[in-house]
Design a protein around this ligand. Structure first.
Ligand code: ATP
Ligand code: MG
Length: 406
């Protein structure tokens, strides 16, 4: 039998939607536990995650090894953006009595200070002498007693903080619930290829799909050596940051200068952007087929820039042989930038750099590309061999939880 300290979790992790997935439930749970263990190992935390009755316990890997200093901050930052984690909490542990539980009250009074709160109790050990409701009342009262008069306010609904108490077999644990981002564990919805530029939008779009369980294999198209390596470095920084959330992540860097030059020489100026975007679609689809990905992802939002009208999206989509997911299509720039800040990509995306398209921008880009005109212009080009060459010349960069790997 495991010793008690080893089976008392340091952290509890809850998931929500996974439970709705019926028959696949066990697979989803396993994927989330696997992802969490991968993260704990990569962050050099001597901790281990395991599934425990519809939630996940994070425990010491070995009974006597104390986690390193700062482990809570490291883990909190990771769990707050971990796809599939609905909420989590760092536990305080007490002996199995109401008095021992009440002794934890000052800690929680500090954690809920200035907010409305409630206590929720759950008994895994049903033989415990008090009901859940009795535990809730008693612990809430103890928390009130531990705080200065008037500093706290209880609320059964619309509370801002929730203190969870669980009576386990060998101990009582209590924790403040901290919100995660929910969604599904990365890897449980298959693979997709995000078109990752150095801007604000595509990293956010990638994040939103990772949150839906999609494993991202991003591609970045660059115009080196005509431009400096700024956009390439920015794309790598963004990929590194996204790997903090996804875990293992491979970025494909694809050189597209010969394609751009060909389009510039042989196509009507107004159609350049749409034609280049169509080329991006074909390149990304070929790459996706190669690696077994089922969809593309872009950061487009309807009407955001001249090239992102419904007409142009239709003309661009028409070159794709896989579904194109556009999770930002109904979002405003403000909302997108707020998300970029939350996931830590905003600063990199704000860095000025010459990307492929700014160099290539016509004076008056087409905003309502007619599909027939686009196809006619494309027919006069010889892009297929250039696209094949571009894909063959790709360079891969591998990341794992924030570090680049060989
Ligand atoms: P972003 O902020 O993501 O750069 P944007 O508002 O600048 O988007 P566009 O430049 O029109 O919009 O690009 C639309 C989408 O095309 C991007 O969101 C991205 O998915 C893709 N894309 C653009 N440029 C590149 C590139 N150099 N490499 C890969 N994908 C790109
Ligand atoms: Mg851009």
């Amino acid at each position: 039998m495991k010793s008690r300290s080893n089976s008392t979790p340091l952290v509890i992790v809850h998931y929500d939607e996974i439970a709705l997935k019926g028959g696949n439930r066990a697979d989803f749970e396993r994927q989330l536990v696997r992802n969490l263990n991968d993260m704990l190992k990569a962050r050099a935390l001597p901790l281990h995650a395991r599934n425990a009755r519809g939630r996940i316990f994070i425990e010491r890997r070995e009974e006597n090894t104390a986690p390193p200093e700062g482990w809570r901050e490291t883990l909190r930052a990771a769990l707050a953006l971990f796809p599939g984690v609905a909420y989590f909490g760092f536990t305080e542990v007490a002996e199995k009595s109401m008095e021992a539980l009440a002794a934890l009250a000052p800690v929680f009074a500090g954690r809920v200070m200035g907010h409305t709160f409630r206590v929720t109790a759950r008994r895994v050990d049903k033989r415990f002498a008090f009901t859940s409701t009795e535990i809730e009342r008693a612990f809430a009262a103890a928390i009130f007693r531990a705080a200065p008069d008037g500093a706290l306010k209880a609320a059964m609904r619309n509370f801002q903080r929730e203190v969870q108490v669980e009576v386990l077999e060998g101990s009582i644990i209590a924790y403040l619930k901290e919100p995660g981002i929910g969604g599904l564990a990365v890897g449980s919805s298959g693979r997709a290829v995000p078109l990752l530029s150095a801007g604000f939008d595509s990293p956010v779009a990638t994040f939103l799909m990772m949150k839906r369980g999609v494993k991202a294999h991003p591609v970045h198209f660059h115009s080196m050596p005509l431009v400096s390596d700024e956009s390439l470095e920015a794309a790598k920084d963004l990929a590194r940051r996204l790997s903090d959330i996804q875990g293992r992540l491979t970025l494909a860097l694809v050189p597209v200068l010969p394609i751009q030059e060909h389009i510039r020489e042989h196509a009507p100026e107004r159609l350049r952007i749409v034609l280049l975007r169509r080329s991006f679609m074909r390149l990304a689809c070929s790459y996706a087929e190669e690696i077994g990905a089922l969809a593309l992802i872009t950061g487009e939002s309807v009407g955001q820039v001249a090239s992102q009208t419904l007409e142009n999206m239709r003309a661009i989509d028409n070159a794709a042989t896989l579904p194109v997911l556009r999770p930002l299509c109904g979002m405003n720039k403000r909302e997108i930038i707020d998300l970029a800040r939350a996931i830590g990509t905003e600063r990199t995306s704000a860095r000025p750099c010459d990307d492929t398209c700014s160099l290539f921008l016509p004076r008056r880009p087409e905003t309502k590309a007619k599909i027939d005109a686009v196809l006619a212009a494309e027919e006069r080009l010889a892009l297929a061999p250039l696209e094949e060459e571009a894909l063959a010349n790709r360079v891969l960069a591998h990341f794992h939880f924030g570090t680049e790997r060989e």
